[in-house]
Design a protein around this ligand. Structure first.
Ligand code: GLV
Length: 325
């Protein structure tokens, strides 16, 4: 029996590669940068399975060039890069990598929250630029995290992991979600509120929703206007959950205290984006799940999903379950 061909256009862990290599022919590109379109589409022609990070948008036009494709294994929890209805209509399985990145992404979310609260990047620059000539009583005054109110918009797995960290900091936890989470209410003392109430009561507003048509532009001018004047917006979900122009305006006009952002409307963020020159904005380059340990686990999970899909089993993280009995 000929082995199925798995196309992987970017670097993954060696153990995941070895696992796939036991049962598949792997067309692997050991590169960090994005493969050029010509090579990508040439390889896609032969692929039974495709394993990608979310930088690759899998649209109907891409699928038109993938005549043999049976499964797309996304190495990410978010899957807004996949046109799921188009994949399903063509009978192509789609999978993602939840759970293994939950704690790591919650760590980064909290790191950004604290960095913005205590002005860490600004303080670091200040010291290294040789500006620290004397200690002053009001030098780099920040905002307390402990005892403050955190509002988590989207109480899924990562939202709950952020809430657990917040509990350790003695924070009051508010959340807004499509459904009530009684476990989180009982174990963390989280209080379910409307989005408007969350925005007006929170010192830190943390966005943890997936990107869907319902959450696109969820944080617009009106919502930002409901936040406290010194509140900080933290976004490690997807950039387009926020109306970025409205955020720039809210920060410019000091309607809110600051923002800590790992994700942006356009990534990489254009170098002339005003967010990059506004004070009290902390940024990182979409690295929520970027630790060595977690990238390894994500690649292994994506490889197992791939093998299951190719060899007639049900992948653990199937996104279009209607395709399998
Ligand atoms: C990263 O953004 C992911 O969705 O895993």
């Amino acid at each position: 029996m000929t082995k199925p061909v798995v196309f992987i256009p970017n670097r993954i862990s060696e153990s995941a590669l070895a696992l796939l290599g036991e049962r598949c022919e792997v067309d692997y590109r050991d590169i960090e940068e994005k493969l050029d379109d010509e090579s990508f589409f040439a390889a896609l022609q032969q692929a039974d399975g495709l394993m990608v990070y979310s930088r690759h948008k899998i649209t109907p036009a891409v699928l038109d060039k993938a005549p043999r494709l049976r499964i797309v294994s996304n190495i990410a929890v978010g899957y807004d890069n996949l046109d799921l209805p188009a994949l399903t209509a063509r009978g192509i399985l789609a999978t993602n990598t939840p759970d293994v990145l939950t704690e790591t992404t919650a760590d980064l979310t909290f790191a950004l929250l604290m960095a913005a609260a205590r002005r860490i990047p600004e303080a670091d620059r200040f010291v290294k630029d040789g500006q620290w000539n004397e200690w002053r009583p009001s030098l780099m005054l920040g905002k307390d995290v402990h005892g403050a109110t955190i509002g988590i918009v989207g109480m899924g797995r990562i939202g709950e992991a952020v809430a657990r960290r917040a509990k350790g900091f003695d924070m009051k936890i508010l959340y807004h979600n499509r459904s009530r989470k009684s476990d989180a209410e009982q174990s963390l003392g989280a209080e379910y509120v409307t989005l408007d109430e969350l925005l007006s009561r929170s010192d830190y507003v943390v966005l943890m929703t997936p990107f869907t048509p319902d959450t696109e532009g969820l944080m617009g001018a009106r919502e930002l206007g409901l936040m406290k004047k010194d509140a900080i917006l933290v976004n490690t979900s997807r950039g387009r959950v926020v109306d970025e122009q409205a955020l720039i305006q809210a920060l410019t006009e000091r309607q809110i205290g600051g923002a800590a952002l790992d994700v942006f409307q356009t990534e990489p963020i254009p170098k002339d984006n005003p967010l990059l020159s506004l004070p009290h904005v902390v940024t990182s380059p979409h690295i929520g799940s970027a630790t060595r340990e977690t990238r390894e686990k994500m690649a292994m999970k994506a490889a197992r999903n791939m093998l299951a899909g190719l060899f007639g089993e049900r992948p653990e993280n199937l996104l279009n379950p209607s395709l399998l009995p």
